[in-house]
Design a binder for this molecule. Structure first.
Ligand code: ADP
Ligand code: MG
Length: 290
């Protein structure tokens, strides 16, 4: 018997919201589940899911992003590497609307100008972001965390009446298998290993079926085995989703097998296969040779 058959859907959801609100999630995530869904089709007819051109951001005169141009193809798995302070996290802040650039162009597909949207709107357009630290609701089960994530893009008011339909429950089961947690469904999230919490948080993004996933240092702190399984997981996600993965672990970057962009001083220093960028003298000098 599934949890949904054991309890009336609306009641169950109300209880989950209360339980989630009673205790802040690790990493400070707030229990907020009434974001409007504005997602439409993303126009990728020009072969790009994400497009940045000549983006600049200064913090108190310091040029954190300095003429950054970059694009990502639909279904692509792109790795971003580069020294600390290169602007990798700031780039994700710009794409997700957390930081507003001083100038430049940032498009999702060829028609959605991300600079014309606020952070809360961008989250509903089909761009999912995973921060460095896992931010799951520790006092909820694996299943409950995914349920809440599924309800998160319902219209205002509907969250309390929300009950996953058959297709959504199928999606939830599918995601549980993808994130290697199908045998941990009823486990309290707080009791999972660090790696499993990271997978659960990725699952919470996946239930909403984002077109683009931004993942900032997803394997930091994982065991070697968890890191390998994460590479396998991300390779499986490419195609259906586009992924932008910031990571320092070169073994992991190699296992992902995608195109690599090297960021330095807020701009692209080199781009190509991992072998190509590793052979680039400028990259060796600023990053790999240390
Ligand atoms: P990375 O993720 O590549 O290590 P970041 O994007 O975090 O680099 O930071 C790039 C630079 O911008 C760093 O020097 C950092 O100190 C600075 N920076 C980032 N965010 C802010 C901010 N909100 N205010 C001031 N400086 C910032
Ligand atoms: Mg960073």
């Amino acid at each position: 018997m599934t949890p949904w058959q054991m309890e009336e859907g609306a009641e169950r959801h109300r209880r989950l919201l209360e339980k989630a609100a009673a205790e802040p999630a690790s990493g400070g995530r707030q229990a907020s589940f009434s974001r409007p869904l504005v997602r439409g089709e993303v126009d990728v007819s020009h072969g790009r899911i994400l497009y940045l051109e000549d983006v600049h951001v200064s913090f108190d005169g310091f040029k954190a992003i300095n003429g950054l141009s970059l694009d990502i193809a639909p279904g692509e798995l792109r790795c971003i590497i580069g020294p600390n302070g290169a602007g990798k996290t700031t780039m994700m802040d710009i794409i997700t609307g957390k930081t507003r650039p001083d100038r430049g162009t940032v498009f999702f597909g060829s028609t959605i100008d991300l600079l014309a949207h606020r952070e809360a709107e961008i989250a509903t357009l089909g761009i999912g972001r995973k921060f460095q630290k896992p931010t799951v609701f520790e006092n909820l089960s694996v299943y409950e965390n995914l349920e809440l994530a599924l309800a998160a893009d319902r219209r205002v008011g509907a969250a309390l009446r929300f009950r996953p339909d058959g297709a959504q429950r199928d999606r939830l089961s599918e995601v549980l298998v993808t994130i290697h947690l199908a045998d941990q469904v009823h486990r309290q999230a707080g009791l999972l290993s660090h790696g499993q919490k990271q997978w659960l948080e990725i699952g919470m993004l996946l239930v909403q079926d984002p077109r683009l996933l931004l993942l900032d240092e997803p394997v930091a702190g994982m065991t070697d085995e968890e890191t390998e399984r994460t590479a396998e997981l991300f390779r499986g996600l490419a195609g259906r989703h586009s992924l932008m993965v910031v990571e320092h672990d070169m073994g992991f970057v190699r296992a992902l097998g995608g195109k690599v962009t090297v960021l330095c001083d807020g701009a692209v220093l080199a781009e190509g296969s991992l072998d190509e960028v590793q052979a680039d003298e400028r990259v060796i000098e600023v990053y790999l040779g240390r």
